[in-house]
Design a protein around this ligand. Structure first.
Ligand SMILES: [Zn+2]
Length: 325
């Protein structure tokens, strides 16, 4: 029948459009957030029947929890778009994500966290971030994108595990035992990640002195142009475990730490290999690696290694109070 045939064609077109749209939102490799075209500019917020009365969050925040050890307590439900209300109400998912965070972070490090925020990552492509909540770098907030955490199923292919280990890597290397927040860049003889001055003997200073010092001037001359960043990566590809690691030394150490945790010890002699090997010089980091691997069943026959994450994360250049994605 003609009508049926037409209908079938229409359905195929609609499905194709849906697939293309989904693909675009997954592979967006641009930091720019497109303005929401769906919302009429003058529509008063009160018109949304179901929306919560909480404060708005500029950074995609859905629900904020305060953290005390491994316990979390809901602090704020942010005002969110209607399509996010279901995820906001889904406390079980919030708790399930926190459960995985708790598995990764051992008790001598969980004390560095005082906030956990559930965010949406669909638009920004940010799967997770951390940011200090106190200027002295003793307390941190961890944000995890709930939509990406459940994309294709909870922690599909271990991608959420990867994100959490990466974010933990930031706090591991930027907390107050590693970085002195009182020193300015001019006073700093060591690497200055932005949050403060890396202490002598800190992990990030070791990484910087060994593997970044010779290219840092060149790195600092890179502008915001994506093609320049790409060219820098391609020139020094063998130095980095992932392209994202070439964003800056802080991302490099978070990525290298994640590789240190999830993969076997590399035997090669590229800079990328050597960065991972560097962590084996610290007995407390080997202990940390063992803890996380045991906790997540990494390296056992039954559980596969988390995949290298594919979500694009916002690039950060480490100004004080800036998020580390
Ligand atoms: Zn990061």
């Amino acid at each position: 029948m003609l009508l049926q045939k037409r209908l079938r064609i229409l359905i195929i077109i609609l499905l194709s459009l849906l697939v293309i749209n989904t693909f675009n939102s997954c592979s967006k490799d641009d930091d720019a957030i497109e303005p929401d075209k769906k919302e009429a500019p003058d529509k008063p917020i009160e018109d949304k029947d179901e929306s919560t009365d909480g404060p708005t969050s500029e950074e995609g925040g859905i629900t904020l929890y305060s953290v005390n050890g491994y316990d979390i307590t809901k602090k704020t439900d942010y005002k969110v778009a209607d399509n996010l209300l279901e995820l906001q109400k889904d406390n079980q998912k919030h708790t399930e994500i926190w459960g995985l965070i708790s598995k990764v972070i051992p008790n001598n490090y969980i004390t560095f966290f005082n906030e956990y925020i559930v965010i949406t990552g669909e638009e920004s492509g940010i799967a997770g971030y951390v940011v200090q909540t106190t200027n002295d770098l003793t307390k941190w907030q961890i944000g995890i994108a709930i939509d990406l955490a459940y994309y294709g199923g909870f922690n599909r292919d271990g991608e959420l595990s990867y994100t959490i280990i990466h974010e933990f890597g930031h706090v591991l290397t930027l907390n107050d035992t590693q970085v002195n927040s009182n020193k300015t860049e001019n006073d700093c003889q060591n690497y200055f990640p932005g949050e403060g001055c890396a202490k002598e003997g800190s992990y990030i200073n070791a990484l910087f002195q060994n593997f970044w010092k010779d290219i840092h001037d060149e790195f600092q001359n890179i502008g915001d142009d994506e093609s320049e960043k790409q060219a820098f990566y391609e020139k020094y590809e063998t130095r980095f475990v992932t392209q994202y690691a070439s964003t800056n030394p802080a991302e490099d150490i978070a990525e290298s730490f994640t590789h240190f945790v999830i993969f076997d010890k590399p035997t090669g002699d590229t800079y990328a290999n050597k960065k991972v090997q560097l962590f084996y010089n610290y007995p407390e980091l080997i202990e940390l690696r063992n803890h996380i691997r045991k906790s997540l069943n990494i390296g056992t026959k039954t559980k596969s290694t988390p995949v290298i994450k594919v979500w694009k994360r916002g690039s950060t250049f480490g100004k004080k109070g800036q998020k580390r994605s």
